[in-house]
Write a protein that binds this ligand. Structure first.
Ligand code: CO8
Length: 260
């Protein structure tokens, strides 16, 4: 895989996808979004990859938003298409059949905050800053910020962040549930890698079903969500990994999962 705006490195079952436009603080253009979509499509097919880490290039930013210079001259129709593209790509990441960890290494603003929220887990450096500053530019969040922020931190806090355009630091992001963990900047990638390596030892189909049950279950009433979860639980028993996992427990040995 070779891209103009992304770096991809695969080791020990983990792919690290780095948005690589440091001169523009990794701001998202149409090309970056299309490359993210292509990269995740390829990683879906790559059986050697169990988990993905998404991060930004340089010490300053994860992603500082959609590219304001590229957006400035859009008309209503093309801005709508750009927003739609952002939604589609973030949905690809959210629905990616393997866990995705955002390693947030600095500013995660606007589209960058939205990108981090499309990931399953956010590990953030002490210097990370989150915000939805779109109202400062005369627009609203357009890559799902109004939806995902409200679901992650609640309606009141989402409205406060979106209406004020304020940035919050890593500790505040942790306090309100936007960040899973805060670590020193120099430990960020190692911490994300450790978590990814641990996840990579688990049963891949069970991970996929758990992700589907959580994400879909939150959009259903409890009764439907319960039935959806029960069906996926039942389906686990059609896998070799369920047989291996339970046998390994009874044999008092570590399980060896094969993803079937
Ligand atoms: N787009 C384009 N370029 C950017 C962006 C951006 N979002 N952010 C930073 N850059 C560029 C700067 O222009 C600058 O370039 P240059 O060196 O050529 O002047 C370079 O990155 C470094 O930035 P600064 O000099 O500004 O660095 P500072 O440390 O002084 O400030 C900040 C860092 C606070 C992050 C500041 O750069 C900033 O406020 N950036 C913009 C943040 C922002 O408003 N993001 C939201 C954008 S809107 C959005 O994401 C909406 C998503 C939905 C779109 C819907 C489709 C229509």
């Amino acid at each position: 895989m070779s891209f103009n705006n992304l770096l991809i490195e695969i080791t020990d079952g983990t792919a690290i996808v780095t948005v690589n436009r440091p001169a523009a603080l990794n701001a998202l253009t149409v090309e970056v979004l299309e490359e993210l979509s292509a990269a995740f499509a390829e990683l879906t097919q790559d059986a050697s990859v169990a988990c993905v880490i998404l991060t930004g290039s340089g010490a300053k930013a994860f992603v500082a938003g959609a590219d304001i210079a590229a957006m400035q001259s859009l008309d209503a129709v093309s801005a709508g298409f750009f927003a739609r593209l952002g939604h589609d790509v973030l949905n690809v990441i959210e629905n990616f059949p393997k866990p995705v960890i955002a390693a947030v290494n600095g500013f995660a603003l606007g589209g960058g905050c939205e990108l981090a929220m499309a990931c399953d887990i956010r590990i953030v450096a002490e210097n990370a800053r989150f915000g939805q500053p779109e109202v400062n530019l005369g627009v609203i969040p357009g890559f799902g910020g109004t939806l995902r922020l409200a679901r992650l931190v609640g309606k009141g806090r989402a409205k406060e962040l979106i209406f004020t355009g304020d940035m919050i630091n890593a500790q505040e992001a942790y306090r309100i549930g936007l960040a899973n963990k805060v670590v020193a900047a120099e430990e960020l990638l190692a911490t994300a890698r450790d978590m990814a390596t641990k996840i990579a030892t688990k049963a891949p189909i069970a991970l996929r079903f758990a992700k589907e049950a959580i994400d879909n279950g939150l959009e259903m009433d409890l009764d439907r969500a319960g039935r959806f979860e029960s069906n996926l639980f039942g389906l686990c028993f059609a896998t070799a990994d369920q047989k291996e996992g339970m046998q390994a427990f009874l044999d008092k040995r570590p399980a060896k999962f094969v993803g079937r």
